[in-house]
Design a binder for this molecule. Structure first.
Ligand SMILES: Nc1ncnc2c1ncn2[C@@H]1O[C@H](COP(=O)(O)OP(=O)(O)OP(=O)(O)O)[C@@H](O)[C@H]1O
Length: 288
């Protein structure tokens, strides 16, 4: 199956922070969630792939091709939602649309107005007077209205109320019905990803620690709970993270390690959700 997006060994160094050897791929027909704690490098990675900042080394391929220096054609194929104000703040939403639409060969006015109506964006108000969430809705409507093949979004659901967030997830699932498209977005709201993401890529301290199918990821780890008397058994089983609780202990470990001790009396295994996976991985800062 064809990769719609591929990063190969991308590095970018700032004073005090570096993206190191960032590699992952996204195939057509799938949604990938990009997660990691504050300052892990999500926005920097997205800026690198949108060529808003230049990579020091490595390669970014879209549709199997390196578009470096030939972004005009590429931008037609990508719907991009950025985490900053990119529209003309003194113009109304309608005027912004009039400026933007001609840049896209496949601009679809009907689709745009349908989303604007569905999302409840007032077109006659100046951008600067719109709330953060409404600006995000406008940005989403634009990104979805030019038949882009790849939608890239930096924290699109932050600032959105839970009702609209849910509606947006439905829109994303609808977009991905077309198996030639793909969606890549960063977020801190992992419950959104539990609903829609096929793949999860996790970045920590500028390095990719995981890029896996969501289903596979949920089978990869276990939270193991047990009484204090089992402490030495658990420590021998090489937990990724371990903490004492009022009942005994809680350990985060790989499923294959957890299985080895699962039949011992008092041991209880739970499947972690994405928040818990992120929590323990960040705490341990260990590669798996
Ligand atoms: N232009 C820059 N110059 C120097 N440092 C930068 C620059 N841009 C980003 N950084 C640093 O890179 C690190 C990663 O920032 P980035 O915005 O990519 O993180 P993030 O994962 O998107 O975080 P958040 O979840 O808080 O949005 C931070 O320490 C940030 O200060």
């Amino acid at each position: 199956m064809e990769n719609i997006l591929e990063l190969r060994h991308v590095t970018k160094t700032f004073k005090g922070f570096a993206l190191e050897d960032v590699s992952f791929e996204l195939k057509k027909g799938f949604i990938m969630g990009f997660i990691g704690p504050n300052g892990a490098g999500k926005s920097t990675t997205i800026r690198c792939l949108m060529d808003l900042i230049h990579v020091d080394s490595g390669e970014v391929l879209f549709f199997g091709k390196n578009f470096q220096g030939d972004c005009t054609e590429l931008k037609q194929k990508i719907g991009f939602v950025y985490d900053q104000d990119v529209f003309f703040q003194d113009l109304t939403a309608e005027k912004n649309k009039k400026v933007i639409a001609p840049f896209y060969k496949n601009w679809d006015d009907q689709k745009f107005y349908r989303y604007i109506k569905e999302f409840g964006v007032p077109l006659n108000k100046k951008m600067k007077s719109l709330s953060k969430g409404t600006k995000m809705k406008f940005a989403l409507a634009v990104a979805l209205s030019h038949h882009a093949e790849l939608i890239i979004m930096d924290e699109p659901t932050s600032g959105l109320d839970p009702v609209f967030r849910r509606e947006l997830l439905d829109v994303l699932l609808d977009v991905i019905q077309d198996e030639n498209k793909a969606i890549f977005f960063s977020t801190h709201i992992t419950t959104d990803l539990e609903k829609v993401a096929d793949y999860i890529t996790f970045i920590l301290d500028g390095k990719i620690v995981l890029s896996k199918e969501r289903e596979e990821l949920s089978e990869m780890f276990r939270i193991v709970k047990g009484p204090k008397t089992m402490e030495s058994d658990i420590k021998q089983a090489l937990p990724i993270a371990y903490k004492e609780t009022s009942f005994g202990f809680e350990a985060f470990m790989r499923d294959d390690e957890a299985k080895k001790i699962s039949n011992k009396t008092g041991i209880h295994l739970e499947r972690p959700n994405l928040d818990e996976i992120m929590y323990y991985m960040v705490k341990s800062r260990r590669n798996v």
